[in-house]
Design a protein around this ligand. Sequence first.
Ligand code: OGA
Ligand code: MN
Length: 295
Amino acid sequence: MSLQISSVRSGFVGEISGIDIAHPLDAATIAALWQAIDRYAVLVFRGQRLDDESQMAFAQQFGELEIPRSGQADVKRRLRPEISDISNLDPENHLRGRDDPRRFDQLGNRLWHTDGSFRRVPACLSMLYAHRVPGPSPVGNGETEFADMRVAYDTLPNDTKSEIADLVALHDIAWSRAQLGFSQLLFGEKQALPPVPQRLVRMHPGSGRKTLYVAAHASEIVGWPLPDGRLLLRELMEHATRQEFVYGHVWREGDLVIWDNRCTMHRGRHFDERQVRDLRRVTTRDTASTLEQVA
Ligand code: OGA
Ligand code: MN
């Protein structure tokens, strides 16, 4: 096994080299990658050649797959149901128009979030692969930014740590979209995805570290007046996304990036939407609601 890891930031974001992930990996390599995930929270693999099937097969070595919202709905899709289509293309491979509701739904990804926190059993690992990336442009390059929520927790004042230790937030896909003024739920989520409770402070099982679990989906703190809860959530997110806790990934075609949704937040950045950006994500599920996990 010639796997090598170099740390992009100390303790956050590992760049992996020396492996081809398009083929099944042996148990020792999977174990080494889990160790790297537990340590670095975000892993970058450059120069990979994956199709949708090999991307799924790679992800399945790390857990059960989560089916995206649109994959569960009766809508026309460009890709198979297990793949989240993080592109600006419609099912006919044409660029989506500015007023396309599916584009509005995707703009929710530009808000700091963690994937699937609005599900009772939330997401564990997201694995995003770049098929085509837009060139640099004056409006932006379509980077994805990541924030280290373990460091965010560690650097909170002790009084705040005590205040939030046992709090529970409600997470709601409708709320993250409503913040952008987009109130149409496209995939019948009103019944399928009601708000769910999640712990605000989690223990990350692989590292034993505490981590803040907040996201644009978090709409209120259970038992608190609505404005107080929203202010707290906003303040925690502002703290967590200070530039020194953030890594911006500049995409190249052939990059696969894994992030651990249990202890990171991320957001997409602007790009020239007249150019194609075709990224595809496969996501694994955690094993239980955060309420059932050790705090
Ligand atoms: C995602 C996501 C942001 C981006 O795939 O979950 O939020 O940069 N992506 O496309
Ligand atoms: Mn996301």
